[in-house]
Design a protein around this ligand. Structure first.
Ligand code: ADP
Length: 150
């Protein structure tokens, strides 16, 4: 079953939105298989945001992302990468999504989510050790999923 990485960013932690965000993913029926609070150091930030390292906003982004801890999540479900990204939204105007409903800013946008299955695999490994990921039955799936969803 596909897994995706989410980071609940410092703005969400400071604004007391963590419970709300977890609720969105739980309501959708995704399985939380990894969860921890971490502070992003320079090395981790450079690796995670390598694709925007040459952008003018990179320094401000780095300061923002290390300004308080983040909560890292690994979510599992059918088609999890695309689904998690849709729940997250892309822009503050994507109403109904997390960014649409909670963010005003292109930078302070509440959550990160993996943008492709290949990146999701790398990002899960970047933030979690094998032993920090859990395998368990989610009983709700007996009702929420059909055999053909597996
Ligand atoms: P996304 O998180 O939507 O996949 P990117 O990977 O392109 O977006 O960018 C990484 C992060 O950099 C964004 O989540 C956001 O916090 C920040 N960012 C992106 N574009 C801008 C911008 N134009 N100005 C400031 N910060 C930005």
């Amino acid at each position: 079953m596909e897994k995706s990485l989410v980071l609940v960013k410092p703005d969400a932690i400071q604004r007391g939105l963590l419970g709300n965000i977890l609720n969105r993913y739980e309501q959708k029926g995704l399985k939380i298989v990894g969860m921890k609070m971490i502070r992003l150091d320079d090395a981790l930030l450079r690796e995670h945001y390598a694709h925007v390292a040459d952008q003018p906003f990179f320094d401000e982004l780095s300061r923002f992302m290390s300004s308080s801890p983040v909560v890292a999540l690994v979510l599992e479900g059918p088609n999890a990468v695309e689904l998690v990204r849709i729940v997250c939204g892309i822009k503050p105007t994507d109403m109904g999504s997390i960014r649409g409903d909670f963010a005003l800013s292109v930078q302070r946008n509440i959550v990160h989510s993996s943008d492709s299955p290949a990146n999701a695999k790398k990002e899960v490994m970047r933030f979690f050790k094998e032993e920090e990921l859990f395998e368990y039955e989610k009983d709700e799936w007996k009702h929420a999923l059909a055999k053909s969803d597996y």
